[in-house]
Design a binder for this molecule. Structure first.
Ligand SMILES: Nc1ncnc2c1ncn2[C@@H]1O[C@H](COP(=O)(O)OP(=O)(O)OP(=O)(O)O)[C@@H](O)[C@H]1O
Length: 254
């Protein structure tokens, strides 16, 4: 991990044992300036990392590149040494659990229980085992009473927790979450933090505007601004550096 620095990309060397390695990633939506310009970083086993950045800075775009939903114009992403490309996506998605910013993108079955059992059933887990596990996960998130209801009958926060249950059911070794606390009250934000801190995963990467919550769940922060990773540092000193956060469009008291 580097210390607080304004341009860490120059100091990143190749880390062949990295869990996630991003090398010189460039991503441009059609006919626009690049949203991501020469992004490079490595995440290692045990890293719990916050991805911070002002609205529209490119956090979701970066996360969607990491799991192969978007394809960079140049650069490369390796997950546990495997290049992320169309032919490796089945292998990548066995390792990586990803929740979308919009939980509705993840819940498409007639009931929540079927959503949570869908992934394990696809990987050949028996119905009885998949259902047991799903009911346990739904209970962990206070959703046991909703198991046989449709996602449309859940609140926004409940949908977000249900979407997280769908990916935890697959026991991913890497967790990538886009705005996991949006719509959650303080008690559920705390509970979610406790759940995440106990998970036996290699790496957690979380994009969020919920800076105080990120400070409880992650140790390291990457800050996106102007299409680049402007900061790669321990999160606690950064959260106390109101001036730097303000300059990056992340005023801490707002
Ligand atoms: N499908 C798209 N087509 C064109 N431009 C897009 C598309 N999706 C996002 N963008 C643009 O890319 C930029 C980055 O968007 P992105 O959603 O990655 O930002 P973000 O940091 O996740 O924002 P937020 O904090 O609001 O979730 C924005 O300027 C946005 O307008």
């Amino acid at each position: 991990m580097t210390s607080l620095t304004s341009n860490p990309q120059t100091s990143i060397s190749h880390r062949h044992n990295a869990v996630i390695e991003v090398q010189n990633l460039v991503y441009t939506y059609s006919h626009q300036e690049p949203v991501l310009k020469e992004i490079s970083f490595s995440l290692n086993a045990g890293d719990r990392v916050a991805l911070m950045g002002a609205t529209g800075s490119g956090k979701s775009t970066l996360l969607e590149n990491l799991i192969g939903l978007k394809h960079p114009q140049s650069g490369a992403i390796y997950i546990n040494g495997t290049l992320v490309e169309p032919k490796t996506l089945p292998q990548i998605r066995k390792q990586v659990g990803f929740t979308f910013q919009d939980a509705n993108d993840q819940l498409f079955m007639p009931t929540i229980l079927e959503d949570v059992t869908f992934g394990p059933r696809n990987y050949g887990v028996s119905p009885a085992i998949a259902i047991d596990k799903a009911l346990q996960l739904l209970a962990d998130f206070g959703l046991e009473a909703y198991a046989r209801r449709s996602a449309h009958e859940l609140s926004g926060g409940q949908r977000r927790l249900a979407a997280l249950a769908t990916i935890l059911a697959l026991e991913p070794s890497i967790l990538i979450l886009d705005e996991p606390t949006a719509g959650l009250d303080p008690a559920w934000r705390r509970h979610l933090a406790q759940v995440l801190l106990k998970l036996p995963v290699q790496v957690i990467l979380i994009a969020s505007h919920d800076l105080h919550w990120l400070g409880r769940v992650t140790q390291r922060a990457l800050v996106l601004s102007g299409g680049c990773i402007q900061i790669d540092s321990q999160i606690q000193p950064l959260l106390q550096d109101g001036k730097t956060l303000d300059q990056l469009g992340l005023p801490v008291d707002w």
